[in-house]
Design a protein around this ligand. Structure first.
Ligand SMILES: *[C@@H]1O[C@H](CO)[C@@H](O)[C@H](O)[C@H]1NC(C)=O
Ligand SMILES: *[C@@H]1O[C@H](CO)[C@@H](O)[C@H](O)[C@H]1NC(C)=O
Ligand SMILES: *[C@@H]1O[C@H](CO)[C@@H](O)[C@H](O)[C@H]1NC(C)=O
Ligand SMILES: *[C@@H]1O[C@H](CO)[C@@H](O)[C@H](O)[C@H]1NC(C)=O
Length: 183
């Protein structure tokens, strides 16, 4: 009897664990990387650790993902119709566009397919990306709208401080749900 109860309790625990795993959500982000040929390329990343549930006052119960070891937060207002030119990520960093529109292209085509070689990042819920192409041929960012584009740049202390991720696909992510980049 005891053994049977213990077994029932174990089954219940396993069921809860499976449910907790199946409702996990994961953060995805378009990433600018330097590929093996020393060219900037776009990838869709998913961070390995699942989002957690916030227990902070004000956001309690919300899905949250923390980035440790970032060094500062830089608030930038980019003028309307600005061309950022060809450049590399100065350091491995998070870039999140709060408003406006950023158009990222590659000076050296990697796939020869604009679906994979360019990204349109709309400021707002889906405006979060990772830029770690610190070497190689770089990328071009233009801001084609008539409004300024507001961004936050949040550098990591080093590449080792970028959380573990897997590559979902080549080319940018296509979340586009306006519900954030959790899947
Ligand atoms: C998943 O569901 C379980 C049980 O309802 C809950 O305790 C847990 O916080 C949920 N996890 C996430 C990431 O929402
Ligand atoms: C470009 O890449 C996309 C995504 O992989 C694919 O669906 C499409 O067929 C490709 N287009 C060409 C012309 O190869
Ligand atoms: C990669 O590109 C950078 C900048 O263009 C250059 O300084 C570096 O030597 C290149 N590295 C390799 C392995 O080709
Ligand atoms: C943050 O940096 C500390 C000190 O170098 C290190 O021990 C820790 O693993 C880092 N955390 C992450 C998430 O990279």
């Amino acid at each position: 009897m005891n053994r049977l109860l213990h077994f029932a309790a174990l089954v219940a625990t396993v069921a809860v664990a499976v449910k907790a795993a199946s409702n996990s959500s994961y953060l995805q982000a378009t990433a600018l990387v330097t590929n093996a040929q020393n060219h900037s390329a776009l990838q869709c990343w998913q961070f390995t650790d699942p989002a957690t549930v916030s227990s902070e006052a004000g956001t309690s119960g919300s899905a949250t993902f923390a980035f440790a070891n970032t060094t500062e937060t830089i608030y930038t207002v980019i003028p309307a119709r600005f061309n950022g030119g060809t450049h590399n990520a100065p350091v491995p960093q998070i870039v999140t566009f709060l408003s406006g529109l950023a158009h990222i292209t590659l000076p050296v085509a990697v796939h020869g397919n604009s679906t994979l070689d360019e990204a349109w990042i709309v400021g707002g819920a889906d405006g979060f990306l990772i830029a770690v192409d610190t070497g190689g041929t770089g990328h071009i960012t233009t801001y084609p709208t008539d409004q300024p584009t507001v961004s936050l740049q949040i550098p990591f202390a080093s590449m080792e401080d970028v959380p573990a991720y897997s590559v979902v696909s080549e080319g940018p992510c296509h979340s586009g749900t306006s519900g954030g980049q959790l899947v």
